[in-house]
Design a protein around this ligand. Structure first.
Ligand SMILES: C[S@@+](CC[C@H](N)C(=O)[O-])C[C@H]1O[C@@H](n2cnc3c(N)ncnc32)[C@H](O)[C@@H]1O
Length: 206
């Protein structure tokens, strides 16, 4: 999935944030990769949201490496962002926004925009359709990557495929960028494309 490359890039972006910043990790999972990306940056507060209690347990271990307060909330990120009140400077969502339908995605990005400080940055890493590609064609491209996932068994890959067919709703790069503008961000750019072309990282700011 190119976690190493994506979180390496996140580290580079976060290293360039000049002042102490508050970081919100939406759907943080076990936060192992985020904790590594934040090491050596000016982060002065970490918030993580996830539905999974087990993931949050692992996250609380991984985040001990950070020298700043850590707050983990077990809740649905849609509800959490609808009335988020704590000030934040950087918001990151990795491989999780695509579970929502288009109106839900747009709403979440609006809520993120409203939660950020004026100089805030929003970054997403999400499945992305190629130009003129349909969801079914994207799903078939995912299935065709089987041999690249050499470390997983057939059963594991089949579980990934079922999850993907049930719950993944990629958008085109154009749509991901447009959703940012519609939410109120003045700028957006694509900062990374996975070499297998399944997903991309976009950055939004005002
Ligand atoms: C594919 S993992 C991504 C984890 C991490 N962001 C990463 O980049 O490796 C998706 C995570 O989203 C969480 N999740 C899915 N839907 C959620 C929701 N509606 N609210 C909160 N967490 C959610 C899952 O529990 C899981 O930990």
């Amino acid at each position: 999935m190119f976690h190493r490359e994506v979180y390496g890039l996140l580290h580079n972006v976060l290293s360039q944030v000049p002042k102490p910043f508050k970081f919100l990790d939406i759907a943080c999972g076990d936060a192992v990769a985020s904790a590594a990306a934040l090491e050596g940056t000016s982060v002065d507060r970490y918030y993580g949201i996830d539905l999974s209690a087990r993931s949050l347990q692992l996250a609380s271990e991984a985040l001990k490496a950070l020298r700043c307060p850590v707050e983990l909330r077990r809740c649905d990120f849609v509800n959490a962002m609808a009335d988020w009140a704590a000030p934040v400077d950087v918001i990151w969502i990795g491989m999780s926004l695509h579970h929502l339908q288009p109106e839900g995605k747009a709403r979440l990005i609006r809520d993120v925009h409203d939660a950020l400080s004026r100089s805030g940055i929003f970054l997403i890493w999400e499945p992305t359709l190629l130009e003129a590609e349909s969801r079914d064609e994207w799903l078939d491209r995912f299935s065709a990557c089987r041999t690249a996932f050499a470390a997983v068994t057939d059963d594991e890959f089949s579980a990934m495929e079922s999850h993907t067919r049930l719950a993944d709703f990629p958008e085109s790069a154009e749509t991901w960028m447009a959703m940012g503008f519609q939410a109120g961000f003045r700028n957006s750019e694509q900062v990374f494309a996975m070499p297998n072309r399944l997903g991309r990282v976009f950055k939004y700011w005002s």
